[in-house]
Design a protein around this ligand. Structure first.
Ligand code: C5P
Length: 232
């Protein structure tokens, strides 16, 4: 898959999502379904959006013992999503088990990406609450390399970290980057941000865009602006 813009469908119910997507007519953007929507609507929302022609990144961030994650990933692989994810802090046994569960009998599987440290976790919190003393960027790079060595396809990270991740893990290792804002917009609660054009320069493979599109006055125009800056 080449570079693409993924819209975060951060809505609490199916009706809102469908009203939002109806604005796009024949355009079928890649969508991210997160915990809020998935827990509200269940697997049927994934099936329905796939049937409407969208690619899906199912952002459930699994983190449990290897056997549980393996069996859960097996269930998700039958939903035919395109990307799903887990926490790299579950360590290599969990990530390898996830890949086994995700692989279908015919050998195909969705892409699997890992969350390293959540972008909401500061270096101070890492040190004081999680007792991790290494600098944040080293921790992110080290978790990414561990994910890569476990067979995982890429990581979720800030666009500002994409270059270092590619240096450490190779350019084929995917960087999926939230924290995208237009240069004329407010940051909201994101701190490590980049414009779609800057994310492209920094080497992001996919940008995940929420409020700049889903809260825009004209979401279709905002989506097209992201595509023009990031993909074209
Ligand atoms: O509205 P905004 O563009 O900030 O949305 C970004 C999306 O990416 C949200 O769905 C958020 O949960 C998700 N995300 C993130 N940072 C991460 C992982 C996921 O912002 N580290």
């Amino acid at each position: 898959m080449g570079k693409d813009v993924i819209i975060a469908c951060d809505f609490s119910g199916k009706q809102q999502v469908l009203e939002f997507l109806d604005k796009f007519g024949d355009i079928k953007p890649f969508l991210k379904i997160g915990m809020e929507l998935y827990y509200a609507e269940g697997p049927s929302i994934v099936k329905e959006l796939k049937e409407r022609g969208h690619k899906i990144f199912l952002d459930l961030k699994l983190h449990d013992i290897p056997n549980t994650v393996k069996k859960t990933m097996s269930v998700l692989s039958h939903l035919d999503v395109d990307i799903c994810n887990l926490h790299a802090s579950g360590a290599s046994a969990m990530m390898k088990a996830a890949l086994e569960g995700l692989t279908r009998p015919d050998g195909t599987r969705p892409l699997l990406i890992a969350v390293t440290q959540l972008t909401s976790t500061s270096e101070e919190v890492m040190k004081e609450e999680l007792l991790i003393n290494a600098p944040l960027d080293e921790v992110v790079a080290s978790y990414a390399l561990n994910a890569k060595n476990s067979g995982v396809d890429g990581v979720v990270c800030s666009p500002l970290e994409a270059g270092k991740i590619h240096d450490v893990c190779g350019k084929e290792f995917l960087t999926v980057t939230p924290g995208v804002r237009f240069d004329d917009a407010t940051k909201g609660d994101q701190s490590r941000i980049a414009t779609p054009a800057r994310a492209k320069e920094l080497g992001s493979d996919y940008i995940v865009v929420g409020r700049p599109i889903n809260a825009a006055e004209d979401p279709v125009a905002a989506y097209k602006r992201c595509v023009a800056e990031f993909v074209d």
